[in-house]
Design a protein around this ligand. Structure first.
Ligand code: HSE
Length: 453
């Protein structure tokens, strides 16, 4: 017969002495700020139970005070002056969710200078000024937490900085922009044109204030700069990220990629190579067999390869009010738990302690190695075989090459997948291919990322 080995009720541990609530000052109460306020109010008991103390928004800076009052109700002090929040003696932590790299930097630095912790979802700010912000915070002994800045709902910063600390990370690859993934999914699955899909993403609150940040890959590049820093212990260097957006993509290429067993995604890659790091954001073909190829709509997905963990994958909402609030509040809980700790005991801002950070070289475009997809419009389908020999003579032997199965009005489209080759070499061959007499129009070249371990 089963005997309960613990028949007596478990002793209840005494509640710890009550701590003061964590007093939050919020700068900005737009999509992310209002979601944060709503989730904090809705789940306050659970959040306090996890944090060990209540978390209370006591002050908000907003441009439109009437609108802000409608969101936060009575009992929250409102101001039009963000510096009042950043420097107020009764604020413990400043949540910066206004965005941008201009005044936001001054607010964040003012908060740090006044000894306040900072929580921000502002990836642009940290990708461009992160090292200065983190250094100022380190000197002041305060935290700057930014889980909401990268792939919003997915705790990827925590995964890299805490869960995967045993590993030498080989690469991080991800779909880290919800807006572009939403647009590509709508174009592929519903045949929507680019403009209508973008308008829908804006209406749903996914897009940046300036949506060119999304569609031109800049937002994803901000996030990849932060992920690369955390993965490899290197400074945050947005300027070194190679960036290409999705404006030029044609739905014809989505169809052709499907015929080759791939899907086109706006992919961020941060990869360690023997001679440096590759950090890039580009539309790329991902094999259908990879889970990442099936991350649709505004969802994000990130795959990390560690030498001990092998491949791990993270999936979740990549944009939106409450998914971002989820990350912002998790950061607030982390800050609430810091009470009584010494700065040196805390998780370092970029995963590595300052003395262990290394400025690793970042490889230029020409030095990137990857496989490629080429779509070559031909004057005549019978040109495919001679062109295959021509490519081989150029040192670009196709791994596979087929004529696309398309309606006649699309003409003969020859689809090539190459092996992994140096970008400099591919660029040279493409220059010649574009002027080859068998070629009838623009040659499309995209990276292929097999994402093999
Ligand atoms: N505009 C961003 C996106 C919001 O679409 O991913 C979340 O960072």
């Amino acid at each position: 017969m089963y005997r309960d080995p613990f028949p007596a009720p478990l002793p209840q541990s005494a509640a710890p002495p009550a701590q003061q609530p964590l007093r939050v000052g919020m700068i900005g109460i737009g999509t992310v700020g209002s979601g944060t306020f709503r989730v904090l109010a809705r789940n306050q008991a659970e959040i306090a139970g996890r944090a060990g103390r209540a978390i209370a928004v006591t002050m908000v800076a907003a441009r439109d005070l009437a609108r802000a009052a409608g969101i936060v109700g009575a009992g929250v002090q409102l101001t039009r002056d963000p510096f009042e929040v950043a420097t107020h003696p009764d604020i413990d932590v400043v949540v910066e969710v206004a965005g941008g790299t201009g005044p936001a930097l001054d607010w964040v630095l003012a908060a740090i200078a006044h000894g306040k912790h900072v929580v921000t979802a502002n990836k642009a700010l940290l990708a461009v000024h992160g090292d200065a912000v983190f250094e100022a915070a380190r000197r002041q002994g305060v935290a700057v937490a930014y889980e909401g800045a990268v792939a919003v709902s997915i705790p990827i910063v925590k995964a890299l900085r805490e869960g995967l600390t045993a590993n030498r990370i080989g690469w991080v690859a991800g779909i880290v922009n919800g807006t572009t993934n939403f647009i590509l999914s709508k174009m592929r699955d519903e045949g929507l044109d680019f403009g209508s899909a973008l308008a829908q993403a804006q209406a749903l609150g996914y897009a940046e204030a300036d949506p060119s940040f999304d569609v031109d890959g800049i937002d994803a590049a901000h996030k990849m700069a932060l992920l690369a820093a955390n993965a490899f212990g290197t400074p945050v260097r947005f300027a070194d990220v190679q960036v290409q957006g999705i404006r030029h993509l044609q739905s014809l290429d989505m169809d052709c990629a499907a015929q080759l067993g791939h899907r086109i995604k706006l992919l961020g890659i941060a990869r360690r190579r023997p001679d440096g790091l590759e950090v890039r954001v580009q539309p790329a073909l991902v094999p259908d067999a990879q889970l990442l190829a099936h991350v649709h709509g505004s969802m994000n997905g990130i795959v990390v390869h560690g030498d001990a963990s092998g491949v791990t994958m993270y999936y979740g909402a990549g944009a939106g009010s409450e998914p971002t609030a989820s990350a912002v509040i998790a950061d607030l809980v982390d800050v609430a738990r810091l009470s009584g700790t010494q700065p040196a005991q805390r998780v370092p801002h970029r995963g590595f302690h300052a003395h262990a950070m290394r400025a690793l070289p970042v490889l230029p475009h020409a030095a990137v190695r990857s496989a490629h997809y080429l779509r070559v419009p031909l004057r005549c389908a019978s040109d495919a075989e001679p062109l295959r020999s021509w490519l081989a003579a150029q040192g670009l032997t196709p791994r596979s090459a087929v004529l696309a199965d398309l309606p006649a009005h699309q003409g003969a489209q020859w689809l090539v997948l190459t092996d992994t080759v140096l970008q400099e070499h591919v660029d040279g061959v493409l220059d010649k291919l574009r002027t080859h007499r068998a070629v009838a129009g623009d040659v499309t070249a995209l990276h292929v990322e097999p994402l093999a371990a």
